[in-house]
Design a protein around this ligand. Structure first.
Ligand SMILES: Nc1nc2c(ncn2[C@@H]2O[C@H](COP(=O)(O)OP(=O)(O)OP(=O)(O)O)[C@@H](O)[C@H]2O)c(=O)[nH]1
Ligand SMILES: [Mg+2]
Length: 443
């Protein structure tokens, strides 16, 4: 399947970027092209030119107008581009037609993002997920590669006799059939393996049901991994690049003497994340789905912070997490934002979301406050409890010692009687252990 990846690989390629400015776009052409350039660079390409066209609606055959496509072809030739990257999704037919006119490789935004994921995926699971998404997305587009192959076969046949006639179409189609079958077979294997991983992951998540779980979510490059490192001290990969993290890392975060939670860092989101990618990464995102609390990290020093915040909310909705308990964390407040528009974006966000917690994961500023707020969320209101449990089953007593503050311990002939403070949210965990009695003395 290396075929698929290398056919899209844009590393060290000279890229020409194209954006179609439609009336209701959330970003202007310059900002959209900036983001596309960051994505292209993250894939290892050198951006040599940017173009855009304003239209009311996309044109069905070529997405851009015919005249624009010809201009792109001219420019691509002038700057010696190896690849033309469109800032949106294109249908296989549009790609085929554009490639005919532009005469070089054309890829769309989803293919680009899939390519970045393919180059970054490190674990077995992430690799499988990316491969599945790539095959599902690129599969319909694969025919275009084989139809090129067909042309090559046709041309070769032409040298020997009739161009593209009987005898030259057969091998191409046969090849296509074989490759289609191979891809389908591979898709079945990948889906089966991922289902297996999914079940294992689900068991892992279930085994954590005793713990309070917190997930870091946010736009790519917002500083989630830096915050994970700052809060827990764990060494994780941090880089000023899009999609540095593709796997989930879960680690223990000590909030208080006896209180800890499990904190997970996961893959970042981006505007219009390819649907296949979200579907394939479901198992990875599953941890987010199951978290008790989400920390939505926003890089407030970014000029597009507000758009990024909404883009993340959209993905959260797509994966069914929008109803969760979410704390907004405004990161990178150490960065000077003297220049507009960054300053006004930051000010607007702080006014719109007065409850957001402002931190710097790099300097540690505001992190104590974040700590306290999460602690409060974890424990909930403190309850004064008295429990009785037998010597034979001391699990409830153990739970109270681990998660509450013991006020007194008394021992009778058969039982242990404990009085303690415990956060309201931890009460169900205690009750699940079936102590002989459990009374709330006062709030
Ligand atoms: N100035 C400043 N830079 C930060 C801060 N937090 C993170 N960064 C930088 O922002 C860049 C991205 O940080 P990461 O922690 O890798 O971001 P991420 O959200 O995990 O990114 P992905 O894994 O790619 O989604 C790195 O260069 C960090 O050093 C901060 O509070 N202040
Ligand atoms: Mg990261």
């Amino acid at each position: 399947m290396e075929n698929v990846r290398s056919s899209l690989k844009v590393t060290n390629e000279q890229a020409l970027l194209v954006h179609l400015a439609l009336p209701k776009a959330s970003l202007g052409p310059a900002e959209s092209l900036d983001e596309l350039a960051s994505l292209a660079e993250a894939a290892g390409a050198d951006v040599v030119w940017r173009m855009y066209q304003k239209r009311r609606t996309p044109s069905a055959p070529l997405y851009v107008g015919k005249g624009k496509a010809e201009q792109i072809a001219e420019q691509a030739k002038k700057v010696d581009a190896d690849v033309v990257i469109f800032d949106n999704d294109l249908s296989p037919a549009q790609i085929r037609e554009l490639e005919k006119i532009i005469n070089c490789k054309v890829i769309d935004r989803s293919e680009l993002i899939l390519d970045i994921f393919a180059s970054r995926a490190r674990t077995h699971e992430a690799r499988l997920q990316v491969e599945l998404a790539q095959l599902e997305y690129t599969f319909p587009r694969l025919t275009r590669m084989w139809s090129h192959l067909d042309t090559v076969v046709g041309a070769a046949g032409g040298a020997a006799g009739a161009v593209g006639g009987i005898g030259t179409r057969g091998p191409g189609e046969k090849q296509l059939e074989i490759d289609r079958r191979l891809v389908n077979k591979r898709l079945t294997v990948l889906r089966r393996e991922l289902e297996h991983i999914d079940r294992r992951k689900q068991r892992l998540i279930n085994s954590r049901s005793e713990h309070f779980t917190v997930s870091l979510v946010g736009y790519t490059n917002a500083g989630k991994s830096t915050l994970l490192k700052c809060l827990t001290g764990i060494n994780v990969y941090i880089a000023d690049q899009l999609f540095a993290t593709l796997d989930t890392k879960t680690t223990r975060w000590n909030l208080d003497r006896d209180i800890h939670v499990l904190l997970s860092d996961t893959v970042g989101f981006v505007r219009d994340l390819p649907h296949h990618l979200v579907a394939s990464f479901r198992a990875t995102l599953e941890e987010t789905l199951n978290a008790d609390l989400l920390l939505h990290v926003v890089d407030v020093s970014h000029p597009q912070a507000e758009i990024q915040l909404h883009a993340v909310n959209r993905v959260l909705k797509e994966i069914g997490c929008n109803e969760k308990d979410i704390l907004l964390v405004f990161n990178k407040i150490d960065r000077p934002v003297d220049h507009l528009p960054s300053r006004s974006v930051r000010d607007t966000l702080m006014t719109l979301y007065p409850d957001a917690l402002c931190v710097s994961a790099r300097t540690g500023q505001g992190v104590d406050n974040l700590h306290q707020v999460v602690l409060q969320r974890v424990t909930g209101q403190k309850l004064h409890l008295r429990i009785t449990c037998s010597y034979n089953d001391g699990r409830a007593a153990g739970f109270l010692r681990a998660h509450g503050e013991i006020i007194s311990e008394n021992y009778t002939e058969n039982d242990i009687i404990l009085e303690a403070w415990l956060g309201q949210r931890q009460l169900p965990g205690l009750q699940r252990l079936n102590p002989r009695s459990c009374d709330i003395l006062c709030l």
